[in-house]
Write a protein that binds this ligand. Structure first.
Ligand code: GDP
Ligand code: GDP
Length: 455
């Protein structure tokens, strides 16, 4: 590396940074108007999020990446719900439950100026039950005079209240230090139980695509629902289902089965649920309704799974209803609308008739294999060497940026770091990704490719 002009520490640092596994998840929960969204904005250090959202506007994004003191994690914001849907307590409880479920640690936000309310107490009970580490944020302490208000919150029994002004930033650093202490290095949900345990599948898709029908079909026909296996799981929302001789854990199925019918805010709950399920899973089976046009909502769900770095299988349901013409147009739509997951294995199923259900497991296995693929450094560099020689980067400003060497820094999904002599254009990165896929497979998995340029 040194002779190529890279400092060995640079190289090691870049590989380490790129090689991180899935990030631990922090959920921010609390009553409406306590300042959750303001706090999330503060934590992610962007104005992009959510406070500006108008009531009733559906927010499709609920997870954000954040970094504090060199550690990265994800933040789930639960600020987007509508309080008139279920009545205040039930709404807070429902959104908090989803978020806590998906989280490795929780920031519980209370309005210190108001003090603890009955709704706050209800959330405290949920938090106790869930047993996840909690950091208590006493928000709206905008100056020293508010500190006394914060100290009353000791009464919640959640330990030290951290006085914070999400609005002005006061105290957020100390609180984030506490968050880092509470957060595990790696997400327990995703990898803690991975060793030897069943693989975790999220069955996701917009309302009415047939998730519940499909789940019932696989659970009933292939049978063996072994939820009560001693000591394996206390998690009532997950279901163990045996398919193709293997036990799989379908995560977060309660929301699919329960079918809480909400009018307002239903989309928001659906997004939160999808995000929670995706966080907990290794692989997402994304269900689409083949009889209907692929929608923006479908694409958002796809993007969510891709951005989370999960293995992906596309399942086109309701195949029994398709005529010749629809089949023709569907293929065109898939090409134009689902280009970002052109690499995902695809099955055409019918939850009603059971058509092609047996193809689901091989597709899942293929995608998980792609997700876990590791290319040895020697092989990767032989491939890169040939590629760069045969297809050099276009010359820019009289110079020709070159990929000098690369390494795979991690798996699940595969993460590559490429070291280059100059800026590598987007188009050339895409080209490299395409060729990597042609050469090494990676079916059913997103790829992360980062490029380091020699100074
Ligand atoms: P959420 O419903 O819990 O997400 O709450 P928001 O983040 O939307 O905040 C509700 C209101 O409280 C907004 O008007 C914020 O500007 C205000 N707010 C949030 N944090 C603070 C704070 O630290 N101090 C003060 N004074 N107001 C805040
Ligand atoms: P979910 O909201 O995604 O859980 O969707 P459901 O499982 O509740 O299904 C929505 C509707 O689509 C129901 O009326 C189902 O009977 C119907 N449905 C589900 N799968 C199929 C299928 O494969 N073929 C047909 N024709 N209808 C289906």
């Amino acid at each position: 590396a040194a002779e190529e002009g890279f400092d060995i520490e640079d190289v090691e640092g870049a590989i380490e940074a790129a090689g991180h596994g899935p990030l631990p998840v922090l959920a921010v929960v609390g009553r409406p108007n306590v300042g959750k969204s303001t706090l999330v904005n503060r934590i992610i250090g962007r104005r992009e999020a959510v406070v500006e959202d108008k009531p009733g506007v559906t927010r499709d994004r609920v997870t954000y990446e954040a970094e504090w003191a060199g550690r990265r994690f994800k933040v789930v914001d639960t600020g987007g719900w509508e309080q008139d849907v279920l009545g205040i307590d039930a709404s807070v409880a429902a959104q908090a439950e989803y978020a806590i479920e998906a989280a490795d640690a929780v920031v519980f936000v209370v309005d210190a100026k108001v003090g603890a309310t009955d709704t706050d107490e209800a959330v405290v009970r949920l938090l106790r039950k869930a047993g996840k580490p909690v950091v208590l944020c006493a928000n709206k302490v905008d100056g020293p005079s508010g500190e006394a208000d914060a100290s009353y919150l000791w009464s919640l029994g959640l330990g030290e209240p951290h006085p914070v002004s999400a609005l002005h930033g006061r105290g957020t650093g100390d609180m984030l230090d506490a968050v880092l202490e509470a957060l595990p290095e790696a997400p327990a949900q995703t990898f803690g139980s991975a060793v030897g345990g069943p693989r975790r599948i999220a069955l996701i898709g917009r309302p009415n695509v047939g998730k519940s029908s499909l789940l019932n079909k696989v659970a009933n026909e292939e049978r063996v629902v072994v939820n009560e296996l001693a000591g394996t799981t206390r998690d009532p929302v997950d279901e163990l289902i045996e398919l193709g001789g293997v036990t799989w854990k379908f995560v977060d199925t309660a929301g699919i089965r329960k079918r809480v019918h909400l009018q307002q805010g239903a989309d928001y709950y659906a997004s939160l649920r999808t995000a929670a399920a995706v966080e907990k899973a290794e692989l997402a089976v994304i269900l689409l309704d083949a009889s209907e046009t692929i929608s923006v909502q479908d694409q958002r769900i796809v993007t969510m799974a891709v951005e989370a770095g999960r293995a992906i299988v596309l399942a086109f349901n309701k195949w029994d209803t398709l005529d010749e013409e629809r089949r023709y147009y569907l293929e065109r739509e898939i090409e134009t609308e689902l280009g970002q997951v052109a690499w995902a294995p695809r099955v055409n199923v019918s939850a009603r008739t059971g058509r092609h259900m047996e193809k689901l497991v091989p597709a899942i296995e293929t995608a998980l294999a792609g997700w876990e693929t590791r290319v040895p450094t020697g092989r990767l560099n032989a491939f890169l060497g040939e590629l760069v020689a045969a297809h050099p980067h276009p010359i820019r400003g009289g110079k020709q940026p070159r990929i000098l060497f690369g390494t795979q820094a991690g798996t699940k999904p595969p993460r590559f770091v490429l070291f280059a002599s100059g800026f590598i254009e987007h188009g050339y990165r895409r080209f490299i990704e395409r060729r990597l896929r042609e050469e090494f497979g990676f079916e059913g998995t997103p790829l992360h490719i980062s490029v380091r340029v020699r100074e």
